[in-house]
Design a protein around this ligand. Structure first.
Ligand code: 3H9
Length: 697
């Protein structure tokens, strides 16, 4: 028998049920058992008039224990526990602080009243784990908020603050100061008023507008882009309009059971833990990070400005360096625009932005960075420029200060070699817009020491990024995989698919955008210039698709010029362009290529196989250390659908023999320069998965 993690304490005629299961009071079997026992004890104790449910530590219950999912039922179940709480003929007040989430909020909804600390938050984030609330959340919440609001809250999985919880009817009172004392006082008021003890499940569902609910479900379905849980959650909430509480609960349970066993939920649970595991790099446990108080940034262009905002948003002092007063002014304008945009979107108030802007200083020349603990370089992508800059920074910064480059593909070993402190040089590769995108690749060069890596990882965590450790190679983890896929996408165009077919297949897979729409958005000219620079050194035997060059030769550089792979003359959305179609067809004729037909599934299989194959190479070369590192890069930097877990996780689910077959089919179809990854072949042929490989290491 495990330890019981909910105890009963007494305050005169009030019982306190105290849940104490650090770190987040997850509803493990021992907590559920404790809650059941507490209710039985309180029911039997005639001296107790009512109870307050409160949690020890930093938060109210943050939900079911996700680690228990998939391990078979452990009695008592959460729905039964909450049902037992509702049978109590004495009122229970839930006292919420921190984050009352998922099963935690469901427990609170099983109480008769809820008081919430002003800083508290509530939410039902189950859909983000591929499930629906499975302990009455979809049946009780609408009885407090109305169906429409419940659909909105449950399908978005978003948390709301105390004031909103009060306004929506979820909380009965917002309190400041001593939460337990306030909850007891609230309960005493209710007891002395002699209010009837009515459980939430016995309350009526308010006015129902079936047409509006139908529209809401349709909207949720569209937004979910293939993810099942939000749609099922909306349907379960909608059941409250037509089913009794008991029947609604039975339906909710059935949907929960079905979803918890689904691949989507497995993938989302994997992503939840991988997101937390990714920055805990094995081998670095004992490394000491350098304390970083002041960050320096070289270059106040788009990237540098975004990076500065990311640090300032986290409360850090930032000194930026530019080459001239003019460039510094332009940088200040960029930062002002970023903040003005945040205000316009309602994310920040004017006061908040003013405070953050004050944290950023922009100076001319490098000397202003002398006191920085860590400097991020975000200048033009040119190896000689960066080497020169690092040599100069090395002479200015204090010994021990960390030098990081934001390069996307240049050789960091070469950059580090220009300094006298290669052990303190690393890559910090942000993704644009740097203040928004969650991914940060921390790149360890040959001589980077543990302290430097730990410093960069810790800093990333402080600014709310998902940091993934990568080794040095062209493109690191993300851009290397993306480049491999981009090449295959171009082969597909040459072989018979059109950009719009590929983009449609990719968005149907769950990506927010297809590759050709992405190129047009980011601009085609930079990659074109790069191709021209590399033309002389390109392997003449490697397959090369000239279509992107032809498009650029027409001055079509993407959305910013009104045309690229698509036409944007109508404003808004990318429109397929007949002249591009003709160009593609003429190009195929010229090369003697007979176009084939590719279904959306063919395209999706090729995309996934390409990513997995390159991911396997990256693992074998120790550029990424764990499959989850590759997955987190693709999830947070490239929009790989979270409900698929990432390419490596999904490959294990699909089965590596199938992935290998897809890779071989692509090689046979003519992808010169593309070969099955030896690691993929080895694992597929020995019946192993990437997860097995990670475990064996
Ligand atoms: C649910 O409730 C289903 C029910 O409807 C129905 C059931 C029948 N379980 O995030 P942190 C671990 S589904 C197990 O770094 P923070 C986490 O892995 C659940 N473990 O802290 C980490 O471990 P480690 C619905 C959990 O302060 C440690 O706790 N609820 C759980 O940044 C600290 O976590 C949710 O989806 C859990 N539920 O954020 C809420 N939660 O130290 C999920 C956390 O080994 N949790 N851990 O890496 C969160 O969103 C955040 O953890 C929270 C705290 C906001 C609470």
């Amino acid at each position: 028998m495990s330890e019981i993690l909910a105890r009963v304490e007494h305050r005169d005629d009030i019982a306190l049920i105290v849940v104490d299961n650090p770190p987040v009071n997850a509803l493990s079997q021992a907590v559920r058992e404790g809650l059941n026992r507490a209710v039985v004890e309180i029911a039997a104790d005639e001296s107790v008039k009512g109870a307050v449910l409160v949690c020890a530590g930093r938060t109210f219950i943050a939900g079911a224990d996700i680690k228990e999912f998939g391990k078979g039922p452990l009695e008592p179940s959460l729905p039964d526990t909450i049902a037992t709480m509702e049978t109590l003929q004495k009122p229970i007040v839930a006292a919420l602080h921190g984050t009352a989430l998922g099963g935690g909020l469901e427990v609170a909804l099983g109480c008769h009243y809820r008081v919430i600390d002003r800083g508290g938050q509530v939410g039902l984030p189950e859909v983000t784990l591929g499930i629906i609330p499975g302990a009455g959340g979809t049946q009780r919440l609408p009885r407090l908020t109305g169906i429409e609001q419940a659909i909105e809250l449950i399908t978005s999985g978003k948390r709301i603050g105390a004031e909103k919880a009060l306004a929506f009817g979820i909380a009965d009172k917002v309190v400041d100061g001593d939460l337990t004392a306030a909850a007891i006082a609230f309960l005493k008021e209710k007891l002395s008023a002699g209010e009837a003890v009515v459980p939430v499940s016995a309350r009526p569902v308010g006015k129902v507008d079936q047409t509006r609910i139908g529209e809401q479900i349709a909207k949720v379905t569209k937004k979910a882009r293939g993810q099942l849980s939000p749609v099922k959650a909306a349907e379960s909430v909608a059941n409250t309009a037509t089913l009794s509480f008991a029947d609604g609960m039975a339906r909710e349970r059935a949907i929960f059971e079905e979803l918890v066993a689904s691949d989507q939920s497995k993938a989302l649970r994997y992503a939840f833990f991988a997101e937390r595991a990714v920055s805990k790099v094995p081998g670095l446990e004992d490394a000491e990070a350098k304390e970083v108080r002041t960050v320096g940034i070289v270059g106040a262009g788009t990237m540098g400005s975004g990076i500065a905002v990311a640090f300032a948003d986290a409360g850090m002092r930032v000194i930026m360096s530019e080459m001239s007063g003019e460039a510094a002014d332009a940088g200040r304008d960029r930062i002002d625009r970023i903040y003005a945009d945040q205000v316009q979107r309602g994310r920040l108030t004017e006061d908040m932005t003013a405070e953050r802007q004050m944290r950023i200083t922009i100076a001319v020349g490098l000397e202003a960075l002398a006191g920085a603990d860590l400097v991020v370089e975000a200048v033009f992508e040119d190896l000689d420029v960066k080497k020169d800059l690092f040599a100069r920074l090395d002479g200015i910064l204090a010994p021990g200060a960390v030098l990081a480059t934001n390069t996307s593909y240049l050789d960091i070993d070469a950059i580090a070699a220009a300094t006298s402190r290669p052990d303190s040089v690393c890559g910090m590769h942000f993704f644009s817009p740097a203040n928004v995108m969650k991914l940060l690749e921390v790149v360890r060069a040959a001589k980077t020491d543990d302290r430097t890596v730990k410093t960069a990882l810790d800093l990333a965590r402080r600014i709310g990024k998902v940091a993934v450790l990568s080794g040095v190679c062209d493109g690191f983890i993300g851009n290397r995989i993306w480049a491999a896929w981009r090449k295959q996408a171009e082969f597909l165009v040459e072989d018979g698919a059109y950009p719009e077919d590929i983009d449609a297949a990719v968005t149907a897979f769950g990506f927010p955008m297809g590759p050709f729409a992405v190129y047009d958005l980011s601009g085609l000219d930079i990659a074109w210039a790069q191709r021209k620079r590399h033309a002389a050194t390109r392997d003449p035997a490697a397959r090369y698709v000239e279509i992107p060059d032809r498009i650029c030769e027409l001055g079509r550089f993407g959305r910013k010029t009104g045309a690229g792979w698509y036409d944007y003359s109508g404003g808004g959305a990318p429109a397929p362009d007949p002249s591009i179609r003709q160009m593609i067809e003429a190009h195929r004729d010229e090369k003697g290529i007979v176009p084939q037909h590719f279904t959306a599934e063919d395209i999706q299989r090729r995309m996934r196989a390409t990513m997995v194959n390159e991911g396997a190479n990256i693992l074998a070369e120790k550029i990424a250390h764990r499959p989850l590192d590759v997955d987190m890069v693709m999830l947070f930097g490239y929009g790989y659908p979270r409900w698929r877990g990432g390419p490596m996780f999904e490959a294990d689910l699909v089965g590596l023999p199938q992935i290998l077959e897809d890779v071989r089919e692509m090689c046979a179809a003519g992808g010169h320069g593309f070969a099955p990854s030896p690691l993929l072949v080895e694992l597929a042929e020995s019946g192993k998965s990437f997860a097995d490989w990670a475990e064996d290491k």
